[in-house]
Design a protein around this ligand. Structure first.
Ligand SMILES: C[S@@+](CC[C@H](N)C(=O)[O-])C[C@H]1O[C@@H](n2cnc3c(N)ncnc32)[C@H](O)[C@@H]1O
Length: 324
C-alpha cells in the first residue's frame, strides 16, 4: 500500500484525526507521570546515541533471529506467511523502528504502524521514509487512539514492562487486536533470583537521581566487569539455593553472576558499544517491571485471551495471544 491508500487506512484505524508530516505524526505530548517521562527521556537518550553506532546492523540481525524464536515462527518465511493475512500491523514500542521496517518489507500489502513514546519515533521515521507502507507515531501504547479490533497483528517486543501500568497497556493492546483472527505478540521480563531482584529494585528508585552521564559511566564499568569475568573462561558447578531463587547447575562465571546477582552484560560478537547500551537500557529506566510466568498467564486470561504460542527462557516470557 502507499499514498492515498495509506491515508485512508490510517483514518480507519485511528479514532482521532492524526496530522501526519510525511510518515510521522505525534499523538501525545510529555507524559503526565514522572516515571514514564523519565523512561521516555532515557530511551530518547539511548536511541539517539545508538542510532549512530556502527554495530547496530549486527544487533538488528541478532534481534530478528531472536524474535522468530520468542514468538514461535520457524523461519522468516513463516513470519512472512503469518503477516500475509494481516492488513494492519502495529509495532508497539518500536524504538528505532527496524522491526517495523522488517514487517513492512515482509508484508508490502499491509499498513505497518510503529509507535514509540520516545524521540526514537521521529528518528525511525527519518530512517525508513523510503518504505511507502510504514508510518511512525510518537505516542503512548497504553492510549493508542486506535479503534476496537483495528489491528491484525500487534507486536509488543521488549516494551510492556517499561510502560507506566503494564496491566493497562496489555488491556489496551488486547482491545485493539482484531477478533477473532488477530494476534498479539508480547514479551515480559522474567523475575530473576532474589539478590538480583533486590539490587534491580533498589537501583530503579535511585536511577532518577543519577545523571545520564553517570548512568553511561556505570554502564561502561559493568560491560567491562562482564568482559573481565567472561575472559576468565571459568565454569562453576553451583548448588541449588531455592530460598534465594538460585538454580544449581554448571555456569560460566560471568553468567552465574549475571543471572543471580548483577546484570553486567558483555557480548563479544555484538560489540563493546552494544554491550554498554544494553547495560544502560537495563539500569536507566525507572519503569521496568519483572513478571512471573503465572502473572503473565493471569494477565492473558483476565483479558479473555488464550496463548497460541508460549515461550519461557531465563530472561523472559513471551507468547502470541488471541481472543478466546
Ligand atoms: C527495550 S526498548 C525495545 C524497542 C524495540 N521494540 C526493540 O525490540 O528494539 C523499549 C521501548 O519501549 C518504549 N516505550 C516505553 N514506554 C512506552 C509507552 N508507554 N508507549 C510507547 N513506547 C514506550 C521506549 O521508548 C523504548 O523505545
Amino acid at each position: 500500500v502507499s499514498g492515498p491508500e495509506v491515508a485512508a487506512r490510517l483514518a480507519a484505524v485511528f479514532e482521532p484525526a492524526l496530522r501526519f508530516d510525511g510518515n510521522y505524526a505525534r499523538l501525545a505530548g510529555p507524559a503526565a507521570d514522572a516515571n514514564q517521562q523519565q523512561t521516555n527521556d532515557v530511551f530518547s537518550e539511548k536511541w539517539g546515541r545508538y542510532e549512530r553506532s556502527g554495530e547496530k546492523e549486527g544487533l538488528y540481525e541478532f534481534q530478528r533471529q531472536w524474535y522468530l524464536k520468542l514468538y514461535g515462527f520457524a523461519s522468516e518465511q513463516a513470519l512472512r506467511e503469518h503477516l500475509a493475512g494481516c492488513g494492519v500491523i502495529l509495532d508497539a514500542g518500536c524504538g528505532l523502528g527496524y522491526k517495523a521496517a522488517w514487517f513492512a518489507e515482509l508484508a508490502p500489502h499491509a499498513l505497518v504502524i510503529g509507535m514509540d513514546y520516545s524521540d526514537a519515533a521521529a528518528q525511525a521515521a527519518r530512517s525508513y521514509a523510503h518504505l511507502p507502507n510504514l508510518v511512525f507515531v510518537q505516542g503512548d501504547i497504553a492510549r493508542t487512539g486506535m479503534r476496537d479490533g483495528g489491528v491484525d497483528y500487534v507486536s509488543c517486543d521488549q516494551v510492556i514492562m517499561h510502560t507506566e501500568d503494564p496491566e493497562r497497556t496489555f488491556a489496551e493492546l488486547a482491545r485493539i487486536t482484531a477478533r477473532p483472527h488477530g494476534q498479539f505478540a508480547c514479551y515480559f521480563y522474567a523475575k530473576k533470583a532474589l539478590p538480583r531482584e533486590l539490587l534491580d529494585e533498589y537501583f530503579r528508585a535511585q536511577c532518577k537521581t543519577v545523571t545520564t552521564e553517570e548512568l553511561w559511566q556505570m554502564s561502561e564499568q559493568l560491560a567491562e566487569l562482564g568482559r573481565r569475568l567472561s575472559a576468565l573462561d571459568v565454569r562453576i558447578d553451583a548448588p541449588d539455593i531455592p530460598l534465594l531463587g538460585i538454580k544449581g547447575g554448571t555456569y560460566d562465571i560471568q553468567r552465574f553472576v549475571y543471572w543471580n546477582f548483577l546484570k553486567c552484560f558483555w557480548n563479544e560478537e555484538l560489540g563493546a558499544e552494544t554491550s554498554v547500551v544494553t547495560n544502560f537500557d537495563w539500569y536507566s529506566p525507572s519503569n521496568a517491571r519483572r513478571f512471573s510466568e503465572a502473572e503473565v498467564r493471569t494477565l492473558v486470561r483476565v483479558n479473555g485471551m488464550i496463548d497460541t504460542f508460549f515461550h519461557v527462557e531465563e530472561a523472559c516470557h513471551s507468547g502470541r495471544f488471541a481472543h478466546a
